[in-house]
Design a protein around this ligand. Sequence first.
Ligand SMILES: NC(=O)c1ccc[n+]([C@@H]2O[C@H](COP(=O)([O-])OP(=O)(O)OC[C@H]3O[C@@H](n4cnc5c(N)ncnc54)[C@H](OP(=O)(O)O)[C@@H]3O)[C@@H](O)[C@H]2O)c1
Length: 396
Amino acid sequence: MNRQNGAERPYDVVLFGATGFVGALTARYLAAHAPDGCRWAVAGRSRAKLEELRAELAAEHPACADLPLLTADADDPVALRELAGSAHVVASTVGPYVRYGEGLVAACAEAGTDYADLTGEAEFVDRMYLEHDTRARETGARLVHACGFDSVPHDLGVYFTVRQLPEGVPLTVDGYVRTDAVFSGGTFASALTAMGRGPQMVRAARERRLHEPRLVGRRARAPQGSPHFSPETGTWGLPLPTLDPRVVERSARALERYGPDFRYRHFASVKRLPMALGGTAAVGLLAGAAQIPAARSWLSARVAPGTGPSEQRRRRSWFTVRFVGEGGGRRVYTEVSGGDPGYDETAKMLAEAALALAFDDLPATSGQVTTAVAAGDALLERLQAAGLRFRVAAVR
Ligand SMILES: NC(=O)c1ccc[n+]([C@@H]2O[C@H](COP(=O)([O-])OP(=O)(O)OC[C@H]3O[C@@H](n4cnc5c(N)ncnc54)[C@H](OP(=O)(O)O)[C@@H]3O)[C@@H](O)[C@H]2O)c1
């Protein structure tokens, strides 16, 4: 059993934000899949909502009738310290993270508690690196952001692709993402918040670059690609400036296996050009509107927090990420695919990441680490066993 954070604590895993949309799905996943003997608890700001959730879980899984409930508000540092001190791993679905997330990261870094979240907010990840990475390294805490669809299929998909390529040579990987899923109120609120904070995001990224140690003797990059038609995928590739390429770049910096000179480019994959142009225009309009506080509030009110796609809609949702990897005279085509990316699969990814941190024999790491660095092989194995597909489609 993997125990970086010392003496026994009351819980192996605590799920904070369990009463939200993806939080409740994650709680349901843990209720069904946590191993025998796993001591887990749900946490949130409302005791009444936690009791309601527990009753729902217990209706399907009678053992959950006694599931411990912990109350803490994201704005209460004392409660967060208690929460962090009570567990080996805390997984959080309380977002937007730039608004609610820092207190828990600080508490986990201080207590030497492993932390996992679902953020896709680049500014938050960079700020947490600047403020809490050093302390987490001292206490042994692993701070693992982006354990959902942002960025697990991309980070572990590239990790999987690199393993199919020769060692010790320059490598390039391009990723093409397709999905037909829809989003929840919480995701919409987080995306709008992030879009409305462009200057803060740029500042945090710049400060991080100045602070981060330089790579010596190796290169790892994730430059933005250009729009193009990809004969390999038969689709249009549009550069996708999400957190994912940054996460892949950090894994490549940390892991020698990515070779002496590694480059990753990240694209949305769209079948028809008009669709590609329409999608780009829609995101541009949304980003423009997010700069105006009144428009942001109006948009936020369109999709309520706590709500999201129905089970029926989620059952129809899917995603695929195709990778084209090249190096040392070899070219590989790989694919990661699964069901509803933003919620059902995200809940699975977060829960499995938390269980890996709590129970698996992982490489010794600490501080802010990516999923590939913290738990690459173990998490890959867990997710495959849980139904996510990672496959080599062709080798040339
Ligand atoms: N990476 C990905 O692919 C991915 C996928 C899905 C979601 N997400 C992210 O995950 C987050 C949650 O999404 P969601 O759809 O589940 O949102 P949601 O339904 O609005 O849930 C938000 C949760 O935060 C809790 N919360 C809000 N303010 C709090 C406070 N002051 N103290 C303690 N808890 C507080 C809410 O508690 P109450 O229930 O008491 O209101 C709720 O449990 C968002 O940031 C979203 O962007 C990421």
